[in-house]
Every structure is written in structure tokens, then in C-alpha cells.
Design a binder for this molecule. Structure first.
Ligand code: HEM
Length: 198
């Protein structure tokens, strides 16, 4: 196995940072230049939500890709992607709290009754919370082997995020079906492993 496959290439992290920040740069640019369309709040929620679930799916893809491509180095980028997923989810949540709920519990309750799928999104965020706060070196060292166990919560997060997206489909099922298929495909090796060890 080549050294690059084991320890990665030096430019991979900067490139990944740029790629992960591009959607944010676009969101900021579109908001400042009033290019978010006729319903800017909806556009902001959709953009931040879409990038959250895309990065989540990319995180799930790391383990199978690492095996198929025989590149253990890919594992080095998982924590970084996790932090970007956490960043976009928080942005998504913040936009909802600020522009949809106006930080008003009464309005939030009314919205929750009208859009129950928000509960699944909130649960996904809640399960991501321990992952987000333990994604630093100190927590990794302090938790030891339990860190990896805890971070298996990412599978629960992915399912809840998918339920959140599927539940709100009104016209086209394309995105929800695509995300669902990808999540199922990425779960398959893990499910197989669980079944084999029983
Ligand atoms: C892991 C967490 C989450 C992910 C991955 C996620 C993802 C998404 C995605 C992809 C959409 C767009 C669906 C579409 O294309 O129609 C969306 C919409 C939405 N999300 Fe989330 N979400 C998450 C958490 C949350 C939370 C915590 C809240 C609020 C408490 C929330 C509230 C909403 C709302 C209100 C919409 C609908 C916007 C509209 O159609 O007007 N989400 N989310």
C-alpha cells in the first residue's frame, strides 16, 4: 500500500476545507446580494438543510470508500467533515429559530403543529449535539474507545434526518428517494457485519 494511501496527501485537508466552505460562501453572497429569490427564508432553510444532509451522507461514505479504495487515509477527514455537517445543521437550526420561529415559543408551537416533520429534524440535531461537542482532541483522548462507540450515533442522525426530509415532501420525491437510497446503500456493509456477528 502506498504511503499516500495510509497517511494521505498534504493538500487534501486545505482542499476539503475550501470545498466545505464554498456552499457557505455562496449562501452569504446570495443573502447579501439579495439573490435568494422570492422567498429568501425558505431558500436559506433549504440551502443549509441540503448541505447538512449531503455532508452527513459523505461522512457515512467514508468507511465503505476507505475499504473499497484501500485508502485508510480517508479516515483522517471524517472528523473534519463531521464538524462541517455540525456547522451547516446549526446554521439551518439558527435560520429556523430566527426567521421562522422569531425566537417565540408560541410561534414555534404553532409551526410544530403545522409542520410535525420539524420534530424529526430537531431530534436529529439533538443526537448530533454529543457528536459536535466531542469532536475536539481533548474529548477524543478523554473518551478513548467510547468516542468511537458514541460516534456511531451518526447512523441514528442520518435516519432521523432522512425521516425529516421524507416527511416534508409535497411534490417531487426525487431528493428524498436519492438520499434514502444512498443512506441504505451506505448502511448495508454495517448491517451485514452486524448480522454476521450474531
Ligand atoms: C441533522 C439535522 C437536519 C438535517 C440534515 C435537515 C435537513 C433538511 C433538508 C434537506 C431540508 C429541505 C428539504 C427539501 O428539500 O424540501 C430541510 C427543511 C427544513 N428543516 Fe431541516 N434538517 C435538520 C434539522 C432541522 C432542525 C433542528 C429544524 C428546526 C427545529 C429543521 C427545520 C426545517 C424546516 C422548517 C424545513 C422546511 C423549510 C420549508 O420548506 O419552508 N431542520 N431540512
Amino acid at each position: 500500500m502506498s504511503k499516500q494511501a495510509v497517511s494521505g496527501v498534504p493538500w487534501a485537508k486545505p482542499v476539503l476545507h475550501i470545498l466545505c466552505l464554498l456552499p457557505f460562501a455562496y449562501i452569504v453572497w446570495a443573502a447579501l446580494s439579495e439573490s435568494l429569490g422570492t422567498d429568501p427564508v425558505k431558500a436559506l432553510i433549504l440551502l443549509t438543510g441540503e448541505w447538512s444532509i449531503r455532508i452527513l451522507i459523505l461522512i457515512l461514505a467514508i468507511t465503505p470508500l476507505r475499504q473499497w479504495l484501500n485508502m485508510p487515509a480517508l479516515l483522517r477527514y471524517r472528523r473534519m467533515l463531521g464538524l462541517y455537517a455540525w456547522f451547516y445543521v446549526n446554521l439551518h437550526f439558527l435560520v429556523v429559530l430566527t426567521y421562522l420561529f422569531a425566537w417565540d415559543w408560541q410561534i414555534a408551537q404553532e409551526e410544530l403543529l403545522e409542520r410535525p416533520y420539524i420534530v424529526a429534524g430537531f431530534l436529529a440535531w439533538l443526537f448530533m449535539l454529543p457528536l459536535g461537542v466531542t469532536s475536539n482532541n481533548r474529548a477524543v483522548r478523554a473518551l478513548g474507545r467510547n468516542w468511537r462507540k458514541l460516534h456511531k450515533l451518526i447512523y441514528v442522525v442520518a435516519i432521523l434526518a432522512w425521516v425529516h426530509v421524507f416527511w416534508q415532501v409535497r411534490s417531487s420525491y426525487f431528493d428524498a428517494a436519492l438520499y434514502g437510497t444512498l443512506i441504505l446503500l451506505l448502511f448495508y456493509p454495517r448491517l451485514k457485519k452486524i448480522c454476521e456477528t450474531r
